[in-house]
Design a protein around this ligand. Sequence first.
Ligand SMILES: [Zn+2]
Length: 109
Amino acid sequence: MTDNEWETTSFPQYTDQQEAEIIRRSPIVDVARDLGITVADRGDGNFTGVCPWCQPSDFVIYSDEGNWICYGCSESGRDVLILVCKVRELWRADAIQWLEQRLNRQASQ
Ligand SMILES: [Zn+2]
């Protein structure tokens, strides 16, 4: 996906249900890796990573809850969508679309 494609892609409207489904199918750890965040299994079901904003740091992904926080710079979010919004600097609708296209890419591989 090039930057240009982003600009020319139209805005789909998603229902809350569609959003929830896209989020459900997007495991936060996999998405974090696709966003370029180095993530390591902490061994207790949670993951630590290198914070995209303040590196090297105490970035933790709670994979069961799907939320995340950096104890270095206090960036945090309640779900995978917020992570995409903040890392890619996207609006919510664009972040949903990013996640959906990621799923579509996986489906076509
Ligand atoms: Zn940080």
